[in-house]
Structures are given as structure tokens and as C-alpha cells.
Design a binder for this molecule. Structure first.
Ligand code: PHE
Length: 393
């Protein structure tokens, strides 16, 4: 008979054989003794098979460690060619009563398999979530990382302050190269080659030459910027009579072979130039007095001009200031160099020294920052120590 156990022989691991519809004989409806025996045998055996199948599914699902594993395991039971699917397909060959009983037990087994599948699915999803939460866990007991508010470097603050005060007096701000030609740093400033005055500035040279075959240098002062600016200005207003006055400051980094508590090989300068038809030393004195009183926020401050020498100015003067109060009270402090621009320099600007006259000055923002903030070692500015720098905010 087609529904004899052999015909349904879905072994534990074997594939259920499909009944061949052409060979299948329809049951007659008349039950023979042999049929009853077979059916009984079949039913009890199939119950065991189904239990086994459910047990296998449990084990299989439990062995799946990823959702993909689980879906593969599922396919082995519920997929198109899965064990349960094959069993259901085979129902067709049974008599209506057998179909009912067998169908019910297969369905019960199927429900158990599905329940086991869902339970495992849930367990895997829970585990995944758990792992994710663990990985992304925040330890709220750790002290927070605070973000400090930064501040400008005291020298930058000083430079900005200088620019702002001179800006309010109508001075332009010029910026330019830190590697300069020999002519710009020296010759144009009335400091000819081999002149002893050149040794006033212990200069760093760069292993490279300019168009005239002379070594390039790290500018020892920002005066070359005044030359560059004045030349461009003279060219720009060549047709104008008279040319608008030149009023410019040149702040920036400068370099000299020099290093101690008050000198650094890299330091800052801010030089200035005021050139016109009627500019005099008196103007320089007014400008400087105004500037320093503004800068230090006090009128209780005196200035003095002390004769000096610079190749690019004639006459030349050092500028000293003295506070009328505070820890430095009454002490003359050198803060700038200055002088009336030398005719040779005016000529090198491309202008007529008989017509244009003016003054130039140069001061050290580092020194001004030291005075303003009460710092006694220049090196502190350039060591980058946050314990020092974070005091300036
Ligand atoms: N360039 C001079 C220096 O670096 C400073 C200065 C500028 C002096 C302008 C006079 C006039 O020492």
C-alpha cells in the first residue's frame, strides 16, 4: 500500500521520498487487518519521528549563533524542501482520517518548531542588542572632559592692541616676507655691504641666494616692510601731486642670533613709518606719547628721546618711558628706536628727499607685553607652557 511506512520513510536524516502519483493506488476505503496494523505502527512511529524532528530543530536552532545561521536552520525544517514541508507534502497520499490525524500531529510539531525558532530569534536579537549596548556603554562615573576656552597668546594680544591703537591714528598695517633679500634688509636702509653698522644686527642667513647673488636672510627687523610698502605707495601715486602721506606700521616676526632672558632668536617687532611733506619730529613725539599712554592705559607716563644711531635715520633717538606709579615707578625703560628717515632711504623708496620727510620707529611688542603683563623672562612667551599661557584670557 502506498501509505505503508516504507512509502513515508522519512528517516531521521534521510530525505522523504515523494510518492509517485502514477504508481499510487487510491485506498479502497475498506480496511484490511494489515492496514490497521500498518497504520498503528505508522502513527506511533511517526509520532516518534515528529518528536525527534522537534528535538532536532531545538538543537539545530540552539546551535545557530547568528541570525543567518538561524535562517539556514529554519530552511532545513520549514523551507521548500524542509523536513516538515516534505512531511506535509506527503499527506496527500493518506486517507482522509489518516490525513487528519497525521496532519494534526505534523501541525503540532510545526508549531513547536516555529515556537522554538521564534524563541531563538528573540534570544539572538536580545544578545545582539545586549552586545551593542555593552559596546556603546558610557561610563557615567568617569569625570567629564572639559573643553577649556582658549585665549590669544599675550604677544598676539599685544600686536592686536598696537595695530588697533595705530589704526585709530590712521596707520595702515603692512605684512610681508620673513625671508628677505640683502637689499631690502640692509642696502635700501642705508646700510651698505661691508659697512660696520651691519654688525648691529647678528643676522641669520639662509642657504640660498637672491637675484643679485647675495645670501637671503631671515629679516633682522621689519624695516624692509617699510621699504616695500613705501616703494609700492610711491609707484601707485606716482602721478599725484603731492602724493598722499605714507602712514604704515609693519608688525611681525624677526630674527637675530641672540638669546637670553630678554632676547630670543625669534622675536617680534612693530615698525612704523610716517612720511609726507610736513611731517616732523614733533609729530613723532605726539604720536608716541599718545600711543604709550593708550597702550598702558595711563597718563601717568613720561617719554624721553635719547640720541642714538641707526643707519636709516638721521637724527636718531632711542625712546624711553617711565611710569609715575607701580613697581617700575621712575625707572627709564627703553621701548623703541626712532628717527627721521635718512635721505638715502627716502631715495630708495623712489621719492625725492628734498620734498618728502618723515620719521620711522621700531618697537618690540615682546618687551611691551612683558611690561604690560609683568613678565620678567621673555622666554616664557615662546616655551608654549600652558600653565603660563592660560593666564592670558
Ligand atoms: N630697525 C631698527 C631695529 O630693528 C629699529 C628702528 C626702526 C630704529 C626705525 C629707527 C627707526 O633696531
Amino acid at each position: 500500500m502506498s501509505w505503508m511506512p516504507g512509502a513515508f520513510g522519512a528517516g531521521r536524516h534521510g530525505k522523504p521520498r515523494k510518492a509517485d502519483p502514477r504508481k499510487r493506488k487510491r485506498p479502497t476505503g475498506k480496511l484490511l487487518k494489515a492496514d490497521v496494523c500498518s497504520a498503528f505502527f505508522y502513527v506511533s512511529k511517526s509520532m516518534n519521528d515528529l518528536d525527534q524532528l522537534v528535538q532536532d530543530a531545538h538543537a539545530d536552532f540552539a546551535g545557530a549563533v547568528t541570525p543567518a545561521d538561524l535562517e539556514n536552520a529554519k530552511a532545513r525544517y520549514l523551507g521548500k524542501a524542509g523536513r516538515l514541508t516534505e512531511l506535509l507534502k506527503a499527506l496527500g497520499a493518506l486517507s482522509p482520517e489518516q490525513k487528519k490525524a497525521r496532519g494534526a500531529s505534523i501541525n503540532a510539531a510545526k508549531q513547536q518548531v516555529e515556537a522554538a525558532l521564534n524563541a531563538r530569534r528573540q534570544a539572538l536579537a536580545d544578545a545582539e542588542l545586549e552586545a551593542q549596548l555593552k559596546a556603546e556603554a558610557l561610563d557615567v562615573t568617569l569625570p567629564g572632559r572639559s573643553r577649556d576656552v582658549g585665549g590669544l597668546h599675550p604677544v598676539s594680544r599685544t600686536m592686536e592692541r598696537i595695530e588697533q591703537i595705530f589704526g585709530s591714528m590712521g596707520f595702515d598695517v603692512a605684512d610681508g616676507p620673513e625671508i628677505e633679500t640683502d637689499w631690502m634688509s640692509f642696502t635700501a636702509l642705508n646700510n651698505p655691504e661691508n659697512h660696520p653698522a651691519r654688525s648691529m644686527q647678528d643676522t641669520f642667513y639662509v642657504d640660498m641666494k637672491d637675484g643679485e647673488g647675495r645670501w637671503l636672510n631671515l629679516r633682522p627687523h621689519t624695516s624692509p616692510m617699510q621699504v616695500r610698502y613705501a616703494r609700492a605707495h610711491a609707484k601707485k601715486y606716482a602721478g599725484m601731486n603731492p602724493m598722499p602721506e605714507i602712514r604704515v606700521i609693519a608688525p611681525g616676526r624677526t630674527y637675530r642670533v641672540d638669546s637670553d632672558a630678554t632676547h630670543s632668536p625669534m622675536f617680534h617687532q612693530c615698525e612704523g613709518l610716517w612720511l609726507g611733506e610736513n611731517v616732523s619730529f614733533k609729530d613723532l613725539k605726539v604720536i608716541f606719547t599718545d600711543f604709550f599712554r593708550n597702550f598702558f592705559e595711563t597718563d601717568d607716563l613720561d617719554l624721553r628721546f635719547r640720541p642714538s644711531f641707526f643707519p636709516f635715520t638721521e637724527p636718531s633717538a632711542e625712546v624711553d618711558i617711565a611710569f609715575g606709579h607701580g613697581p617700575l615707578k621712575g625707572k627709564w625703560l627703553e621701548v623703541a628706536g626712532s628717527g627721521q628717515v635718512h635721505p638715502n632711504v627716502v631715495r630708495n623708496f623712489g621719492l625725492d628727499p628734498e620734498r618728502y620727510i618723515g620719521f620711522a620707529f621700531g618697537m618690540g611688542p615682546d618687551r611691551l607685553a612683558m611690561l604690560r603683563y609683568g613678565v620678567n623672562d621673555l622666554r616664557l612667551f615662546f616655551e608654549g607652557d600652558l600653565r603660563f599661557l592660560s593666564q592670558f584670557k
